[in-house]
Design a protein around this ligand. Sequence first.
Ligand SMILES: [Cu+2]
Length: 190
Amino acid sequence: MKKTTFGTAAGLALAAAGLSFAYAAQAAEKTTTDDMASYAHASLMGLDGKPLGTATFQQTADGVMIMLDVNGLTPGAHAVHIHETGKCDASMKFTTAGGHFNPMMKTHGKDSEMPMHAGDMDNQTADASGHLKAMITNKGISLADGQTTVFDSDGSAIVIHAKPDDYKTQPTGDAGDRVVCGVIERGRAK
Ligand SMILES: [Cu+2]
């Protein structure tokens, strides 16, 4: 009878050890999974194909927070958009990134009567040295699965234009050439 009790206790202890090991492994995996689900990044390149900076994306309850840090722009205001295809080919002047990210099929521009494209955002201003550092919240996109995810089958890109967005010209905002492009990738920048 005693032996049986001991056996059961040992068995329970072993089971508990096994459980805590499994829990630790699961917790470690969860951190990585959370990082991959909550963060994204893009390496930004210019028309010469060279790196100009980074964009960091973080999923929040209020949308996706985008932190931009990019050099080599002309001083002044620039349109910043999420474009619908995750392909940045400098030799094609970044037309490979497609049009504005617009999964909900809306009209462009916050000054139009219809709700804007998910990829539309406020213009951002580069300083006199061509450096642009900004934090933008985009409520129309998501890093999570679903209709507004930037991680659809062909991915998405963040694009900076030569000119500011006029917030009304269809469907582009008359923002001029695409001068910076970065493919949005899961997880934090390495
Ligand atoms: Cu654009």
